[in-house]
Design a protein around this ligand. Structure first.
Ligand SMILES: [Zn+2]
Length: 54
């Protein structure tokens, strides 16, 4: 399972998510306090996670 991290648009810091945020939520950068709106997360897992394990 992949963790969604958000990069602050202001200071480019990585903002760790607790995991219970929803798409469209606003979270605040812990460094500069800038609000960052979460993008829609597409977690269907059939595009980037297309790995073949035979
Ligand atoms: Zn920031």
């Amino acid at each position: 399972m992949k963790r969604q991290d958000v990069s602050c648009p202001i200071c480019s810091a990585d903002i760790p998510l607790n995991g219970d945020e929803c798409a469209g939520d606003e979270i605040y950068c812990m460094y500069c306090g800038a609000p960052c709106k979460l993008a829609q997360v597409q977690d269907d897992g059939d595009e980037l996670d297309a790995e073949e394990d035979f």
